[in-house]
Design a protein around this ligand. Structure first.
Ligand code: NAD
Length: 538
């Protein structure tokens, strides 16, 4: 762990392919979470800066739409290859500004690039369908992109979360296709001989994106602009505006913006969703989480313990999919082996950003919040089985926001640490006598991102998977992230998701497009030369 070698950078917005100084005079420092070294300053962009970015995006339409589908897909393929080639540089930048370890940072890049890879297939995945619905009437549909869309992202995955939306948003516009003719080019042949239809590309309307990175980690996305250019994205298709609430509100309110994706904490997710819906704009707003793991007495102790530690302490617990409550089913005696194994494995983790170590949490405010939950738990009468506060002394004098893996055994399920999102390396353990009690506790929490069951019995696993109140479920997997083509997103109606659809996979295709349905009726041709399948010489 060394101090950051980079000179301090002033970050600008990225608009129409240029790094543009914003009109604001207000900047925030970006600090290395592991050393507290200043890395950069980030502007708090104003509504004027936002308007400039949105107009640039809007104006990009001719350049983007003038390209063939093949050339647009080619840009994304090049971007994918470039990101792979430069993965280490980006991972190092993530370590510097986010504080996670290098293995986790490389995974941040690789997982982001998986969505890029998925988006490369969108020309195939987005094809419309056609059916003869009655007599000479047929229906077909196609997907039109939305126009200017906005993405607002959090600090915890500086590259992966922006890449959840960015590639899908810009490429969904590439493949606005309709099945518009047959190989004979007779309209009614679509109905009469569907196997012979040919696909034609109808370029209708293409998406462009304005992305607002987290002000806590603006450097990674800023660096990614070099790859946008090398890959060949035309200016204005992808734009970055830095800032916080003022920029986000102006982005939502701008009349040219059609849809907004948001990922962050629940209170802000709710605000963003309500603001969008009041303006009749499409919005998906993913919020926070409180993910429950249930361990049954028949679980495989060693592998469950290893997985639980990765789930709650990986990325210093700063993952919306991280475990935060472990419900151990069965008498305390029978379940003690699992709890002991979890504590033992977690206690071996060392501070640092090298592989296998655990990095620092993002900032002083987050550090203070985590400490507050540990202290409150002590006041609530909970037992601290592993105390991460020991790292404060261990790392004293080095700067940074260090807090080690912490495990708290609660006596009362109503303790605040059992119910609220902490977003740090803290696991709450609670013993229950029955499966039903475990489900009751999980179901009554107000979040609905993820839940997982540890068992060696398939029937028990199914029982829990059909009763958990969360959208992403795991069996013997504590971080059950669904990869493409499956969609990522929490349960609607909980604090984990406000708004519409999902943010990746099929859900994102649906989110970033309008489905246009076309119903046609063509009278059967009367002239013999127009009758499909009739030999002209007869
Ligand atoms: P945050 O809510 O503080 O910030 C998220 C984004 O919102 C940032 O870009 C920020 O600038 C912006 N923002 C902040 N205040 C705003 C306001 N008043 N109005 C409009 N925009 C505002 O979240 P964070 O601390 O960056 O990230 C951590 C949170 O994100 C955790 O709660 C975590 O669970 C959640 N998260 C959820 C998911 C998911 O998929 N559900 C994924 C990653 C992170």
């Amino acid at each position: 762990m060394t101090d950051d070698p980079l000179p301090q950078t002033i970050i600008h917005n990225y608009i129409h392919g240029q790094h543009v100084p914003p009109t604001t005079k207000q900047y925030l420092p970006v600090l290395n979470p592991t050393t507290s070294t200043p890395l950069a300053t980030v502007p708090l962009s104003t509504s004027t800066d936002v308007t400039t970015a949105i107009h640039a995006a809007h104006a990009a339409f001719p350049a983007w739409s003038g390209r063939t589908v093949k050339s647009r897909a080619g840009i994304l393929h090049r971007f994918h290859a470039l990101l792979r080639q430069h993965a280490h540089e980006f991972a190092e930048c993530i370590v510097r500004e986010n504080g996670k370890n290098i293995t986790e940072a490389l995974a941040d890049v690789a997982k982001g690039n998986e969505t890029v890879e998925y988006a490369c297939s969108l020309p195939q995945l987005m094809q419309g369908k056609i059916d003869r619905v009655s007599g000479e009437v047929s229906c077909r549909d196609r997907r039109d992109a939305l126009g200017v869309v906005v993405s607002v992202v959090p600090f915890n995955f500086p590259l992966m979360v922006p890449l959840w939306t960015l590639p899908i948003a810009v490429v969904t516009g590439n493949t606005v296709r309709g099945w518009i003719g047959s190989s004979d080019f007779y309209p009614n042949a679509i109905v009469q001989n569907p196997t012979r239809v040919v696909q034609q590309c109808l370029t209708v309307w293409l998406s462009k994106i304005v992305l607002k990175p987290s002000e806590k980690v603006p450097m990674t996305m800023n660096k990614l602009t070099t790859l946008f250019e090398q890959a060949g994205f035309p200016p204005g298709v992808i734009n970055l505006v830095h800032g916080t609430s003022e920029a986000v509100e102006a982005l939502i309110d701008h009349p040219l913006v059609q849809a907004v994706t948001f990922v962050g904490s629940s209170p802000i997710a709710r605000l963003v969703s309500e603001r969008c819906h009041a303006l009749h704009k499409r919005c998906i707003a993913l919020g926070g989480a409180k993910n429950h793991l249930v361990a049954l007495p028949d679980c495989h102790v060693e592998s469950a313990a290893a997985d639980i530690v990765v789930s709650y302490a990986g990325c210093a617990g700063q993952r919306c999919m991280a475990a935060s409550v472990l419900l151990v089913v069965g008498g305390k005696e029978s379940s003690e082996a699992l709890v002991r194994a979890v504590v033992e494995k977690a206690s071996r983790i060392e501070p640092g950003t090298e592989p296998g170590k655990m990095g620092a949490v993002i900032d002083g405010a987050s550090h203070a919040k985590i400490l507050g939950y540990i202290e409150q738990s002590e006041r609530d009468g909970a037992e601290i089985l592993l105390d991460g506060r020991s790292w404060i002394e261990k790392m004293a004098g080095r700067g940074g926001n260090w807090i080690g893996p912490t495990i708290i055994r609660h006596r009362n399920k109503m303790d605040r640490a059992m119910r609220e999102e902490i977003f740090g390396p803290v696991l709450s353990v609670y013993h229950v006598d029955t499966w039903q009690e475990a489900i009751e506790i999980e179901n009554s929490n107000p979040f609905g991102n993820a839940a997982a069951i540890y068992t060696t019995n398939g029937g028990s696993a199914e029982w829990f998977c059909s009763r958990f109140r969360a959208a992403m479920l795991g069996v013997n997997i504590g971080i059950p992230v669904p990869r493409e083509p499956f969609s990522f997103g929490g349960l609607y109606g909980t604090k984990s998701k406000y708004g519409d659809m999902d943010i990746t996979g099929d859900g994102a295709i649906e989110f970033f497009t309008n489905r246009i349905k076309i119903t046609t009726k063509w009278p059967a041709p009367s002239a013999p030369e127009y009758t499909v399948g009739v030999d002209q010489e007869q």
